[in-house]
Write a protein that binds this ligand. Structure first.
Ligand SMILES: Cc1cc2nc3c(=O)[nH]c(=O)nc-3n(C[C@H](O)[C@H](O)[C@H](O)COP(=O)(O)OP(=O)(O)OC[C@H]3O[C@@H](n4cnc5c(N)ncnc54)[C@H](O)[C@@H]3O)c2cc1C
Length: 304
């Protein structure tokens, strides 16, 4: 516990007005509404503060978990032993005249896409309804309706394990389906530059509304979840395989395979980490027996 006190003290020395909360429940920071208490949650307000938090952690031998909007996370219940840094305070979106957008890691995709739309820039419509931050979306190479972050990202600035801030080109980001170099590396994404193209504001807006309508019609957006539970497997769609295995509506404790979209596990009330882990395992086993296809979780499981 002392290491965390040292971490807090060292940070406040650098940033006397730093925002942080001790013994903070992760359930308040995840779209699943699941997760136990972490010893400390830092809420940095600037890139300088985030960089300082990462360097201080490294100096003290502490390994914080960096999160954006917590919309792709399943976090263990009970007392957790890692500090967390939430990036929501770093939310600037800058539009440049050459059609580039620079988004701080904590900027949400919806406001980034809206800023692009208002500037008559097309290309980010696909991301408008993905409820995550730019940092989380770059790490996951988030995508929807035929678009992916890799189509628009030109470069990413990140602080690496050695404490250096580096710029990675799109090629360096090593994007693939729901994966980037940041998925495996000990780097914290600070910001990303996106290249969009000129478009008609009304058409961009209409496309965003159309996609939002499709999302509302097909996804259980009124229930806590972390979106698609599994990655799309080779040879099929997770939701169709789960549905065909007869699992729509199946539940364990408070966790349920959504009746609206079998690709989503939802928290129908009081779901625990264990309920969700058990339902994930049950889905994997049942789908494998029915189809021979292995489902791999897309959701990041923390603390198993
Ligand atoms: C209703 C719903 C619908 C969804 N629809 C889609 C969809 O259509 N397409 C899609 O791809 N996803 C979808 N998702 C999943 C999720 O929104 C995306 O994966 C999103 O990109 C995650 O962003 P986040 O900020 O919430 O990341 P988090 O959940 O906070 O974190 C995800 C991972 O990124 C890491 N991370 C976050 N920020 C940083 C950073 N700055 N530096 C380094 N690592 C970082 C975290 O440590 C974690 O490993 C959906 C989720 C929900 C709840």
């Amino acid at each position: 516990m002392n290491r965390f006190k040292d971490y807090i003290d060292a940070h406040i020395k650098e940033y006397p007005t730093a925002r942080y909360r001790e013994n903070e429940p992760m359930s308040e920071y995840t779209s699943f509404r699941i997760g136990g208490a972490v010893p400390v949650m830092f809420l940095p307000d600037s890139e300088g503060e985030l960089v300082s938090l990462i360097r201080t952690a490294s100096r003290l031998g502490v390994k914080p978990l960096v999160i954006g909007k917590g919309t792709n996370l399943l976090v263990r219940d009970g007392e957790l032993s890692m500090p967390v840094i939430q990036t929501a305070g770093l939310n600037a979106v800058t539009v440049f005249e050459n059609g580039e957008l620079e988004c701080a890691c904590g900027a949400v995709l919806a406001s980034s896409a809206t800023a692009a739309m208002k500037a008559g820039l097309s290309g980010l419509e696909f991301a408008h309804g993905i409820p995550g931050s730019v940092g989380g979306a770059v790490l996951m190479n988030a995508g929807a309706y035929g678009g992916e972050m890799k189509d628009v990202v030109t470069s990413v600035r990140a602080i690496c394990a050695d404490g250096d801030v580096r710029e990675f080109s799109r090629e360096d980001c090593d994007f693939s389906y729901r994966h980037s170099r940041f998925s495996d590396a000990d780097c914290v994404i600070l910001s990303a530059k996106l290249k969009l193209c000129a478009g008609d504001v009304n058409e961009i807006k209409a496309r965003m509304e159309e996609l939002s309508h499709r999302r509302r019609a097909s996804q259980p957006l009124n229930m806590p979840s972390a979106g698609s539970t599994f990655k799309r497997p080779v040879g099929g769609y997770a939701a169709a395989l789960i549905d065909e295995a007869g699992l729509k509506g199946f539940s364990i404790g408070g966790a349920q395979v959504s009746e609206k979209h079998a690709g989503f596990v939802v928290n129908k009330g009081g779901a625990t980490f264990d309920d969700v882990c058990r339902i994930i395992e049950h889905i994997q086993k049942t789908v494998y027996e029915a189809s021979g296809i292995e489902l791999e979780p897309e959701v990041k499981i923390i603390g198993r």
